[in-house]
Design a protein around this ligand. Structure first.
Ligand code: GAL
Length: 762
């Protein structure tokens, strides 16, 4: 026998060469299927933009691959690592079942080692996209889609007999000058080889060279832990300074070694009755919920596109936290949250429904799988250990809480509910508070009859407790006020105001740690939800990640004018879109001190933010009422409509300007290729966004068109070759497969814009 540790793990993507078939037949376990191949991440059934039939993917599918023996496999562990496949997955190699995983969101492995033969081996994978009631979130109704397929990366790992399976680093006191960590290591040792070595932690600089001497401890069994002094003078991780420290963790024995790298962020995160504290400083949480879905291809976009969403949340929307509603999301997304300083509330799969014992056991396993995968991410500040919005079930939730606390004593638990007086088994009462707008509902749907318009409830009304507890609002708005990017401006204005009112209320109440709006982007959903076209228009952005006005409700709070001046009048600037006409009252989302408004050639009028209406917002909007316009300047139906000019002032200086033209016409098609985040990856799913602009550079809010997309170079368009442009915006994603530049031709069906070519490169 060769040494168990002759070399370190080698890792390569196994995303290509998969034959894909609808259905599954047990005979296929050993029968090589003919046909073309697909590339992972893969969506079993692509859906149209809207009006898609979600039952199309609720069935079995088969993936198959011929796997060629390589000499380097001899005496090695050979393992397939799946980052995620929806929903129930079974893997066979040469007819032997090697993996059986009943969750669509957590990783799993298939150990091929003992079943491989020299020459050709047959790997068959059956995945079942049906809504099996024993697997969360299934069994009831769900307001989102669970697209079937092997939708994340698959890796081939060739490992020595003993490898590092997992490492957990618990920083004992993140506020101390000298940082001490409890380091726990689990080895993978499927052959049961004797363990006699040591764990060493090397801190690395940005070039990958060790800083100082390693620290470590001896290891003589498959698990071990020790308290290690990591050193002094570590910069602490925070949203403004997301500093990560890279470590190489090595298991070193006489005859070899295995290593992995991990990144640590040193920070203290705590929900207290008086709010959320990061590194002992109060931080009001302003977050959004995120689904991991995309148009047409569902979940099946790779790390680049997933990470891009984190950048959008942080840099375009200005929020400081994301909730991974309602399941663990991709590693790439979380890695990016660590890198850019975006806090995360991660939760287990589920939606309102609690199933039987098998379902509950699976949920408890999901808590464990989520925490074991993600415990080293500094961005994660709370574990969600309830099925979203489920009723109380104390026995069940005592189990999920106990597992979370045993695995990770450094983080608090939450569990999202929409019910009041729920038993608080968690550390934080996390509540979806949809009270705003309920005054318009029939009495049987109101939480209290004749309550005036109220953005958020007092926490004691929700919890039913007399004492104040750590409390976080985890959803609001959403279905209470669905709003499309091409809706009329009165609806959009109300959409904006509702988001602002909740943010103001959350900022006002020191007993509310913060609020997480529903939600980041519109999403495809089941027929029981949404606007009838299988879309919930609940996002502050479209499915193509184009901002609605409400997006700027967040950005105007999240950024200071010196970081990024915001001046977004929530108007389509037309005389006749509102009832009766005009653009007033006009809500202007801004972080400036004051805004001036010129109408036509009239003298500018200056307006201050609406401090009295929104006393607690960091940056209240400016609101211009029709009566603020001098009487002789007011416009009525039949008069000529004129240009408008807005300027944003900081300390009396103009920092931003927005001009609106009275006669907007399609003038330019802006094509925005998202900057590359993960250049190191073998492929990237690049986002391309299109915006139709008028003479003044404003989006044409009612432009509807169709774009034809042609991709040239080593790349694959993700989705159909035509994409809709709705409300003046469109988007598509291109999978770039190498270092060669890829060109993309874009042509609008109407011909209103000249055809354009963009190049996707680093
Ligand atoms: C909540 C639910 C979300 C979404 C939202 C729409 O009840 O947790 O998943 O459906 O409503 O407002």
């Amino acid at each position: 026998m060769t040494s168990p540790l002759a070399s370190c793990t080698s890792r390569s993507l196994l995303n290509t060469g998969w034959i894909f078939r609808e259905g599954f037949d047990p005979a296929w376990i050993t029968l090589p299927l003919p046909g073309g191949t697909v590339r992972l991440p893969h969506n079993a059934v692509d859906l149209p933009w809207n009006y898609g039939n979600e039952t199309a993917y609720q069935q079995p599918f088969t993936y198959q691959r011929i796997f060629h023996w390589e000499d380097r496999f001899a005496d090695k562990e050979v393992v397939l690592c799946f980052e995620g496949a929806m929903a129930a997955t079974k893997v066979w190699v040469n007819g032997q079942l090697v993996a059986d995983h009943a969750d669509g969101y957590t990783p799993f492995e298939a150990r091929l080692t003992d079943h491989l033969e020299e020459g050709e081996n047959l790997i068959t994978i059956a995945i079942d996209g049906s809504e099996d009631g024993d697997i969360p979130p299934f069994g009831g109704r769900i307001d989102y889609l669970t697209y079937a397929g092997i939708y994340r990366d698959v890796w081939l790992e060739v490992r020595p007999a003993i490898t590092i399976e997992n490492v957990k680093v618990e920083i004992l006191d993140p506020m101390a000058e000298t940082i001490t960590a409890k380091v726990k290591v689990w080895l993978s040792n499927p052959q049961g080889q004797p363990v006699a070595g040591a764990i060493l932690l090397d801190r690395l600089d940005q070039h990958g060279d060790p800083i100082g001497d390693p620290v470590g401890f001896p290891l003589i069994s498959d698990e071990g832990e020790a308290e290690l002094v990591l050193g002094n003078g570590f910069a602490r991780w925070s949203p403004n300074n997301p500093v990560l420290h890279t470590y190489e963790v090595t298991y070193k024995a006489e005859d070899g070694q295995d290593s992995m790298t991990l990144r640590l962020g040193i920070r203290k995160a705590e929900f207290r009755p008086d709010g959320f504290f990061l590194n002992e400083q109060p931080l009001k949480i302003m977050g959004l919920n995120r689904h991991q879905s995309f148009p047409h291809v569902g979940y099946a976009l790779g790390p680049e596109a997933q990470a891009q969403d984190a950048d959008i949340l942080k840099y375009e929307l200005g929020v400081n936290l994301v909730r991974t509603s309602h399941y663990p999301q991709s590693k790439a997304f979380l890695e990016r949250c660590d890198e850019i300083g975006l806090l995360v509330f991660e939760e287990i799969p589920g939606w309102q429904h609690i199933g039987g014992e098998a379902f509950k056991d699976r949920s408890v396993k999901n808590v464990e799988a989520m925490i074991r995968r993600d415990w080293n991410h500094p961005s994660i500040v709370l574990w969600g250990v309830r099925i979203n919005e489920s009723p109380d079930d104390n026995a069940f939730y005592e189990r999920t809480n106990a597992v979370a606390r045993a695995l990770d004593p450094t983080r608090q638990t939450g569990g999202v509910r929409c019910i009041t007086d729920s038993q608080l088994l968690e550390d934080v009462y996390t509540m979806n508070d949809f009270v705003l707008g309920e005054e318009h509902l029939p009495e049987f749907l109101q939480s209290r009859i004749n309550r005036p318009r109220t953005p958020l409830r007092d926490q004691r009304e929700v919890t039913g407790l007399t004492e104040i507890v750590p409390y976080l609002v985890t959803e609001y708005n959403g279905h209470m006020y669905p709003t499309k990017i091409f809706d009329g401006e009165e609806r959009q204005e109300e959409h904006v105001l509702r988001h602002l009112e909740v943010l103001d209320a959350a900022h006002a109440d020191p007993h509310i740690a913060g609020s997480i709006g529903w939600c980041m982007v519109d999403y495809n959903t089941h027929a029981d939800f949404g606007s009838g076209d299988r879309i919930c228009y609940h996002g502050v952005m479209t499915m193509g990640r184009a901002p609605k006005f409400a997006a700027m409700a967040y950005a105007s709070q999240g950024f200071s004018a010196s970081e990024r001046p915001i001046l977004e009048p929530a108007t389509h600037w037309s005389f006749g879109d509102r009832k009766v006409g005009g653009v007033f009252p006009l809500v202007i989302l801004t972080n400036c001190d004051a805004v001036t408004f010129h109408y036509g050639h009239d003298e500018p009028l200056t307006f201050l933010p609406a401090f009295s209406r929104f006393p607690y917002l960091p940056h209240p909007p400016v609101i211009i009422e029709a009566t603020d316009i001098p009487e002789d300047k007011r416009i009525v139906w039949g008069q000529s409509w004129r240009d408008g000019l807005f300027t944003g002032l900081v300390s009396g200086q103009t920092v931003i300007e927005r001009r609106f033209v009275a006669d907007p016409m399609p003038t330019a098609l802006e094509i925005d290729v998202a900057p590359l985040i993960r250049a190191q990856d073998a492929y990237q799913d690049r986002m391309v966004r299109l915006t139709a602009r008028d003479q003044a550079g404003n989006r044409l809010p009612f432009l509807m068109d169709q774009i034809a997309i042609t991709v040239d170079g080593p790349a694959i368009l993700q989705g159909p070759t035509t994409a809709p442009m709705i409300g003046g915006v469109g988007a598509f994603w291109v999978r770039v497969l190498g270092d060669e530049p890829v060109t993309v031709d874009v042509q609008t069906a109407s011909g209103v814009f000249a055809p354009q070519t963009v190049t996707l490169d680093g």
